[in-house]
Design a protein around this ligand. Structure first.
Ligand code: NAP
Length: 465
């Protein structure tokens, strides 16, 4: 994929070349960082209402170009066109929310302990923000970093994932068309490890914001230490989904299909371990498998497709290894375990797969899957379900289905996850704080929490009254 000075972006559904993208040289990237730093002086001084208007104009441009953006996304990522359109809407929600939040960056005054003083607290933008984004949500992961950064008065530079740079590049071109200064929001392209080091080594960068795998996140945190940069990390997940004995099984089966097979299971909040009360496991599995059988797999540009391809061979091999490991250790295939892959042409489809009788010795129960495979296991008591759910270093999303408020409250209080869906397989929203506990990350994106990481707090004590 990587040549000397460009890399290929291929369609994962067909393997065909979409576009060659120039790899930025070290000098070019350093110049972009310098320009981003210098433009901070002007951008941060533009008043909040004007910054808000410019982000609103950006949103309008994105909305006008929605179909084109969605088609680019489906071509480079493989997700069905309807999901790409949904992701553009989701991205617009971040632009709109943070355009408004720009006007709501409040300070405060604190009563002093003497009549002769006043204490004033203000918020200031932290400076140039460098972002690195993943291939699974090429627009949304960028929008939810760029929008609060610009709204806060920071300047922004992003390195999109090499598999899917085209959506993000177009997104940023539209920001410039909307009137946001060229150096206030920029992109650069290149290998993650190379660009990552340039970002963390740079004195111009005051914050690193990253969405991607936990090992890369840990590395970025370590490399940010020398210059004490702020960091926001949205990392991996291993979401449990618990079905309590009293759950509405028809509803739960449909919701579980949504949260498991969206983006071919390649989302960090995908249900990765399905834990079902032992008294209803057969009934739930039958209903779930019936729903899974309705899913249509294929090229996301075609009508009616629900599940697209796996992004690349590395992802495909990992998923196939997990399925084989589970089968070898006694898992029963209820549906799926079918493949349509062409290593030469470079496309990799895995049919939606449901595995029953899985146990905690299998890799699928302790590694993130990032694919369309649903492993099901049983539990006896809700306490045991919580123990199983929490037995992972990850803490991003968890789901549960119950209509009993005591069970629901118990699960809410005991699950160690940043995002909890109670009878809700799709809890993500621009107006809510998204992020993980434990090794799933640091900080939150979205909601009022999502702008704080781009702000410094300054406290001034005025004496002599
Ligand atoms: P990845 O390998 O960590 O890549 C993500 C981004 O990091 C890409 O832009 C990649 O660039 C870059 N990168 C790779 N190595 C790097 C390095 N040494 N230093 C700096 N940047 C580097 O992860 P992925 O396989 O693309 O994405 C899947 C992972 O992301 C999963 O673990 C998933 O859970 C996580 N994820 C988390 C969230 C969340 O919000 N918590 C959302 C989506 C995905 P190249 O493309 O050039 O390699």
């Amino acid at each position: 994929m990587y040549m000397t000075n460009y890399f290929n972006v291929n369609n994962p559904a067909t393997g065909e070349l979409i576009q060659k993208v120039k790899i930025n040289t070290e000098d070019e990237i350093n110049l972009s960082l310098k320009n981003g730093h210098e433009s901070f002086k002007e951008w941060s001084k533009i008043n909040a209402h004007e910054r808000s208007r410019l982000i609103q104009k950006w949103s309008k441009k994105v909305n006008e170009n929605k179909e084109e953006l969605a088609e680019i996304m489906t071509k480079e990522n493989g997700k069905p066109l309807s999901e790409s359109l949904g992701e553009i809407d989701y991205s617009l929600a971040y632009l709109d929310w943070y355009a408004e939040e720009a006007k709501r960056i409040y300070g405060r005054t604190i009563p002093a302990n003497t009549e002769s003083k006043r204490i004033v607290v203000t918020k200031e933008p932290i400076g140039l923000v460098a972002a690195i984004t993943p291939w699974n949500f090429p627009a949304a992961m960028m929008a939810r970093k760029a929008a609060p950064a610009l709204a806060a008065g920071c300047t922004f530079i992003v390195k999109p994932a090499s598999e899917t740079p085209l959506t993000g590049m177009k997104f940023i071109d539209l920001a410039h068309e909307a009137g946001i200064p060229k150096d206030a929001i920029q992109y650069v392209n290149g290998r993650g490890s190379v660009v990552g080091d340039l970002f963390t080594d740079s004195d111009y960068v005051r914050k690193i914001t990253f969405t991607g795998s936990t090992p890369v996140g840990k590395n970025l945190i370590k490399n940010s230490a020398d210059t004490i940069k702020h960091v926001t990390m949205e990392l991996g997940g291993h979401a449990p989904l618990i079905i309590a004995e009293d759950a509405d099984l028809d509803y739960a089966a449909k919701q579980t299909v949504g949260t498991k097979f969206r983006n071919a299971g390649q989302t960090c909040v995908c249900a990765n371990r399905i834990l079902v009360h032992e008294n209803i496991i057969d009934e739930f599995t039958d209903k779930f498998v019936a729903e899974v059988k309705k899913l249509k797999i294929g090229n996301g540009l075609e009508d009616g497709i629900d599940v697209g391809p796996i992004i690349n061979k590395k992802g495909y091999d990992k998923i196939v290894d997990q399925i084989n490991n589970a089968k070898k250790n006694g898992a029963e295939v209820m549906v799926g375990d079918k493949y349509d892959a062409d290593k030469e042409n470079g496309y990799f489809f895995i049919h939606p797969t449901v595995l029953k009788n899985v146990n905690t010795d299998m890799t699928i129960m302790h590694e993130e899957t990032f694919g369309p495979v649903a492993p099901i296991t049983s539990f006896k008591t809700i306490e045991k379900a919580v123990e199983l759910a929490n037995s992972t270093p990850y803490g991003l999303a968890a789901y549960f289905f119950t209509n009993d408020y005591r069970t629901g409250n118990y699960l809410h209080d005991h699950l160690q996850f940043g995002i909890v869906g109670w009878n809700d397989g799709g809890p993500s929203a621009a107006h809510a704080p998204f992020g993980g506990m434990k090794e799933s990350g640091l900080g939150r994106e979205g909601g009022i929490e999502g702008i704080e990481p781009y702000l410094e707090t300054k406290y001034m004590s005025i004496g002599g009254f």
